[in-house]
Design a protein around this ligand. Structure first.
Ligand code: CAA
Length: 394
């Protein structure tokens, strides 16, 4: 028995905005978003949805498929950079809404899009030390940039919950290998000052930082005994937009095979594209993006994943990157993690509706916004607003 991912749950925001519509509204050639960035649509939260409601929905979704598991959870970590409070973690709201027991360690982990991966490290170690209990790690974020900015089409939102416990390697959904490769660099590529509503991003520079981090993390992975990337059956890359994963695959290819790119496109289609398809329709969801690809891969390939080796790259601006890997087990063959339902439940929204929803979400972020009869989130949990400085959820 080893610490492993037993199952996944997913939550997406209520609305989806077609990037062709956004391109038309912004006077941009739609091909820039479609083939340049690789995006199709982006998730847009409705008023009454926030990081907490998505994180709790993802957690409830995975726990629903494992009756009795909630009572065994002794560790609940949320990896996020969309904090709703500087002191109070999102994890405590997830703990309450998902009905977790009082004997539970509960906290958030922040390092841009890397937080959930750091949380998973801790959780795997914790599960090894507490083999009769389970851990819940939730990656949840809302990616927001300025209206009309170059980064606007790379927005999105979503949450993925990973239920961890001890399992035989062959039985698990995914059993990680203990070695990983990490790379840290003190760069200012993307960050979120507390006095600004939107992220500050140095777009082209952030792409270079990401690729440098990938090269550093992969070199560390090899030094630590990881398999050469060509031996990995599937690859996942943090996807702020799918074109970034394409660049990442090209860099990895070049690192291990040199400048000859013949065969790279077919390799991308076989090893990367199956997991990436969902990111094209959801947009960036920061800490959750690489785990959304994992969910997408499991639902896309199901039974054929059993026994295959996965390599993944998680990147948090600032920066910390990590190359990790492991093997899919029997539970991956079920191929059902609720992603298809979450995608099907979304409603299309036009550009005016997206701008209105965004303004309404912002208007809820002040004391006194509470309304008992608030509706509109459409999901399982609703953020009713703030009363006496307390965020209230139903
Ligand atoms: N038809 C087809 N393709 C077109 C086109 C057209 N008409 N016009 C432009 N393109 C292509 C460009 O050639 C380019 O492709 P390549 O990079 O392969 O050359 C692509 O579309 C984007 O065009 P630009 O570089 O001109 O786009 P931009 O400068 O306006 O913005 C961006 C792109 C920098 C990624 C911007 O969206 C951004 O700042 N995004 C947020 C930052 C980000 O996601 N960084 C990624 C690394 S950091 C990270 O991963 C952490 C995180 O989550 C934030």
């Amino acid at each position: 028995m080893k610490p492993a991912v037993l199952d996944l749950g997913v939550a997406l925001p209520r609305y989806a905005l077609d990037l062709c519509d956004l391109a038309s509204a912004r006077g941009v050639d739609p091909a820039k978003y479609a083939s340049g960035l690789g995006g199709v649509a982006m998730g847009v939260p409705a008023p009454g949805e926030d990081t907490v409601t998505m994180a709790a929905s993802a957690a409830a979704s995975v726990l629903d498929r494992h009756p009795g598991a909630a009572a065994d959870v002794g560790l609940c970590i949320v990896g996020t950079e969309s904090a709703t409070d500087r002191a109070r973690p999102i994890a405590i709201e997830v703990h309450a809404l998902a009905g977790l027991p009082a004997e539970c360690s509960v906290f958030d982990v922040k390092h841009a899009c890397y937080g959930a991966t750091a949380g998973l490290h801790m959780a795997f170690l914790w599960v090894a030390a507490n083999p009769s209990r389970k851990a819940l790690v939730v990656a949840a974020d809302i990616a927001r940039y300025g209206i009309g900015s170059a980064a606007e089409p790379t927005q999105g939102a979503g949450a993925v919950a990973l239920l961890l416990g001890m399992a035989d390697e062959d039985e698990a959904l995914f059993a990680p290998w203990p070695m990983t490769g990490t790379h840290a660099a003190p760069v200012h590529d993307f960050w979120q000052p507390p006095y600004l509503r939107e992220a500050v991003v140095r777009g082209r520079y952030s792409i270079e930082c990401y690729l440098d981090s990938l090269a550093g993390a992969y070199a560390a992975w090899l030094r630590n005994g990881g398999l050469v990337e060509g031996s990995l059956d599937r690859l996942l890359f943090h996807s702020p937009f799918p074109g970034m994963a394409r660049k990442a695959h090209a860099r990895l290819w070049e690192l291990s095979r040199g400048a000859d790119a013949s065969g790279a496109a077919d390799d991308f289609a076989r090893r990367v594209a199956p997991g990436l398809a969902v990111n094209a329709g959801v947009g960036n969801c920061y800490a959750a993006a690489v785990y959304l690809s994992l969910a997408g891969l499991v639902e896309a390939e199901g039974a054929s994943l059993q026994g295959l080796c996965l390599g993944g790259f998680s990147y948090g601006s600032g920066s910390c990157g990590e190359f990790f890997g492991g093997r899919f087990g029997r539970r991956a063959a079920a191929g059902r993690v609720g992603l298809a339902e979450a995608l099907a439940a979304r409603e299309p929204i036009d550009v005016a509706g997206y701008e209105r929803a965004r303004a309404e979400c912002e208007a809820l972020e002040h004391d006194g916004s509470f309304r008992e009869d608030r509706t509109g989130a459409g999901g399982r949990f609703t953020f009713l607003g703030i009363r006496d400085h307390v965020r209230v959820y139903r």
